[in-house]
Ligand binder design. Sequence first.
Ligand code: ADP
Length: 489
Amino acid sequence: KYQGVRNMSKMREEAYIDGQWVSAKSGKTFPVLNPANGKVIANVPDMNETDAELAVDAAHKAFQTWRNTTAKERSVLLRKWFNLMEENQESLSRLLTAEAGKPLAESRGELMYGSSFLEWFAEEAKRINGEVVCSPARSREMIFIRQPAGVASLITPWNFPNAMITRKAGAALAAGCTCIIKPAEDTPLSAIAMVDLAEQAGIPPGVVNVVTSSRGNTPAIGRVLSTHNKISVLSFTGSTPVGRLLYENCARGIKRVGLELGGNAPFIVFNAADLKTTLEAFMVAKFRNAGQTCISGSRFLIQSGVYDEFVGMIKDAMETRLVVGDGMDNGVNFGPLINQSQLNKVDGLVKASIAAGAECLLGGKPHELGGLFYEPTILTNCAETTPCFEEEIFGPVVGIRKFETEEEALQIANSCDVGLAGYIFTQDVSQAWRVARQLETGMIGINEGLISAAEAAFGGVKQSGIGREGSRHGIEEYSEIKYLCFGGI
Ligand code: ADP
C-alpha cells in the first residue's frame, strides 16, 4: 500500500468535516487510480448532497468564531500549516505524482509553489487594512473596515491538486472565511493529506472541510456548494462549461464568485526573438504537466523570418529532451495524461486538426508505452478554424501557424473568446510593449515561460474567468468592505 504523508502510519482515505475524519453517509467509496499504470491507489468517500450539507453547516458554525479571530492569530495558524507542508514536502510530492502522474521533479515544484501561497497569505493576513477617507462634511468621519465574506466553496481541478487548493484556502482563511474544499475526483488524496496537516497545525474544526466525490455525485454536491444560503463565496478553477453553470447557480443567491477557467494561450515568436531563450521558455510553458495546464502555450504563432529555424529547434528539443514514462522513475520529465477521457479528447483534436488541413510533423498518436501516454506532437499549417486552435488542447500538442506581420499575429491571437495567459518573444522593447498592451489576456510572459508565483495576480479576461488569485488581490473575493459613517462630531 502506498504510504502517504510521513508521520502517518497510513494514507488517509476519509473526508474531513467539522474536525472529524468521516466516510460518506451512504457508506460508498470510489477508487483513485495511478494514471501511469492504472492501479488503484486508494478508495475515498463518494459523498453526495447530504454530506455536502453537513460540511456547509459545519463551516457556517465555525465561521461564527473564526470571523472574530485576530489577523495575527490566523496568520500564525497559516504559517504553522505552511511549515508542516514544507516538512512533509517529499511525501506529499510522491502522493501527488502517484495520483496525478506528473514527474516527481514537477511535483516537488508544485509543492513549493503550493506551500508558498500559505506563507504568502500568512503574511498578507496582517495587512487586510481598511481606509479612512476625507469626508465631505465637517460633522462626519468616514471609515471603511474589511470583514470576512462568510463561508467559501472551493472547487478545484486535477492538474494542480495541491497548489489550486492552497491558493484559494490560504486567501479564504487569511480573510477570516471558513471553507469547504471539493477536490477533483481524479486527485482527492493531495487534498486529504494537506487538510490532515491543517488539522495538525491547529486550525479549528469546521474552518477547513473536505468533501470528496466521484464524477457521478459531483453535480449534486456542486449544486449545494453554489446555491446553499449559508455559502457566501464560490471560487472555482476548472473548465469553462462547469464555471458557467456554477456562475449561473451563484447568480440566484447573488454570491460572490471567483472563476479561473480555460485558456488557449497564444505563444508569439517574432523575428526579433532570441531563439535560445525562446526555446527554453517553450519547453517549460508547453511541457509542464504534459501540457495539461491552463496557461500552457496552445497556439504557436511564429513569424516568417525565424519560422524554419525555430520549428527545427523545437522539433529537435522535443525528440531529444522529453523522457516519457512513470513520473516516479528517475529522469522521466514527461508523464501520462490524467485519464482516458482526456486522452480521447487530445487524440480526437489531433485527428480532427489533421483532417482539417494541419500537417503532422511529429507524433500525432498515443505513445507506444500504451495506457495514458501520448506522443509529443507538432501540427503545422494551423489556422484559426483548425480544431486544435479553436479549442484548448490541454495536452502535449504544439499547433503552429506562420505569420508575416505584428498586426496579423495580434489578430489571430485575439480571435478567440478566452484570454488567460499569452507569451511574447522579442528583443525589441517597443514591440514587446505594443503587443502586450493589445493582447487580450490577463497575464503575459515576455521572454518568459514560467509566470506563476504566489506574488503574481493570476487570472484571465473574456471567458477565462473573473477575479484574481494570489498577490494581495487574491484576498478581495473573500473580504467585504463595510462603510462606517460617524456623525454628530
Ligand atoms: P476538467 O474537464 O478539467 O476535469 P472540470 O471543470 O470538469 O474540468 O473539473 C474541475 C472541477 O470541477 C473538479 O473538481 C470537478 O469535479 C468539478 N466539477 C465538474 N462538474 C461539476 C459540477 N456540475 N458542479 C460542480 N463541480 C463540478
